[in-house]
Design a protein around this ligand. Structure first.
Ligand code: UD1
Length: 374
């Protein structure tokens, strides 16, 4: 059986790595191909992850790049179609919720190739989020759906997806995390390499902040409010802030550089996987608008404050270390203060976030293929 795996943007890479490895471990029964859409193309956003995570060289790179949602999605679709025709896979496997996920799903399904969706059924119920649209549409037309947390199954069933298509397997992102934790780059080493040795050794620890969601960074007033809050936090615990290209551009566009120009804020370029893992693991607290980081902090047992009004990953709040704070400065600072005073959530690691999710996916995929793809 030939399976074409698709990855395109940074959060896809840590998900596709263990899935490809587990599929390849099935032996000669499966022929695994990798298609990189090129949605992310910077060394720091893509190649570094391939190297650190041992992802095989893509068989095809569509080099789609950036653009408006319509341009990017259409470009990936147009470039993926002939590749699909050439590869003739029995199934296309997509992960997550980025534009590459939906674009390749649409092409494959319309060409009669069934789609396997890893990380299905997550819902923020916020349709202003591009990822929510990608999730809902991908799940609706996928043939086989693998979920990371129990709530996902309920969402899918309510949307009319047949129960036999849905498999609760756990979280492949956590497979990658557990597999790579021993190799994480120590935080001290990362800040020293950035010319700030000792930055992460303050007595009260340090905070890691990440921001990249369009709703948080594209609007000048919202971004200003968040950066002001970051500056307040830095006054108490030093802040390490790796800047996503979108955020860096927005800060410059809105002329907000001065808010972060202070000794207790360390701006870094986008970090590699092992560097980010090391920074998060020893942080006192992580503040983020990322989906994946909510899960990674839960697995690490590090308190997380989510700078959004909702989450599609409720298990990180119900069981994990995550608190939803929104973007209101007072609220964020109140939660942060409580946490520093010792009121951080202890949390526990959800069921099946055990490092074996990809193995479950590979086994279920093989029997699905052998049983004639219901
Ligand atoms: C995408 C995903 C988002 C994910 C995020 C992680 C969608 C709709 N969004 O958002 O879910 O959380 O990736 O990073 O798919 N850019 C570069 N270098 C790159 C890639 C992008 O400089 O390698 C810049 C470009 O200016 C580009 C902008 O970042 O226009 C946004 O990139 P894009 O891929 O459109 O979306 P992300 O914001 O990265």
């Amino acid at each position: 059986y030939r399976i074409a795996c698709v990855a395109g943007a940074r959060p896809n890479f840590m998900k596709i790595a263990p899935v490809m490895k587990a599929l390849q471990a099935l032996g000669p029964q499966v022929d695994v191909k990798l298609v990189h859409t090129g949605q992310h193309y910077d060394e720091a956003m893509s190649a570094q992850f391939f190297a650190e995570l041992g992802i095989p060289e893509p068989d095809v790179n569509l080099a789609a790049g950036s653009g408006s949602h319509a341009q990017q999605t259409a470009d990936i679709m147009c470039k993926f179609e002939p590749v699909l025709d050439a590869l003739q896979p029995h199934a296309v496997l997509v992960v997550g919720d980025v534009n590459s996920t939906l674009a390749c799903t649409l092409v494959a399904v319309k060409r009669g190739t069934p789609v396997i969706h890893v990380e299905a059924g997550l819902r923020s119920f916020d349709r202003t989020m591009p990822e929510e649209i990608n999730r809902v549409l991908t799940d609706q037309i996928a043939a086989l759906l693998f979920t990371t947390e129990p709530a996902a199954q309920g969402h899918l069933l309510r949307e009319g997806i047949a129960a036999e298509r849905i498999h609760y397997v756990g979280n492949v992102m956590i497979d990658t995390l557990l597999g790579n934790l021993p190799n994480a780059a120590p935080a001290e080493q990362t800040v020293a390499a950035a010319g700030r040795p000792g930055f992460t050794s303050a007595p009260d620890g340090y905070a890691v902040v990440t921001l990249h969601r369009p709703a948080n960074v594209d609007d000048a007033a919202v971004l200003r409010g968040l950066l002001d809050t970051v500056a307040h936090i830095a006054g108490r615990t030093p802040v390490v802030l790796p800047l996503h290209p979108r955020t860096r551009a927005a800060i410059e566009r809105h002329g907000l550089q001065h808010l972060l120009a202070r000794q207790d804020v360390l701006l870094l370029p986008p970090q590699g996987y092992l560097e980010m893992l090391g920074l998060m693991r020893s942080a006192r607290v992580v503040l983020t608008d990322s989906g994946g980081i909510q899960e990674e902090t839960t697995a690490l047992g590090v308190p997380c404050i989510t700078l959004r009004d909702n989450t599609e990953r409720p298990i990180t709040v119900e069981q994990g270390t995550n608190t939803i704070a929104g973007t209101d400065a007072q609220r964020i600072l109140a939660i942060y203060d409580q946490l520093l005073a010792g009121g951080g959530k202890a949390g526990r690691v959800p069921h099946y976030w055990d490092g074996q999710a990809a193995v479950r996916i590979a086994q279920a995929t093989l029997s699905w293929l052998q049983n004639g793809r219901p």
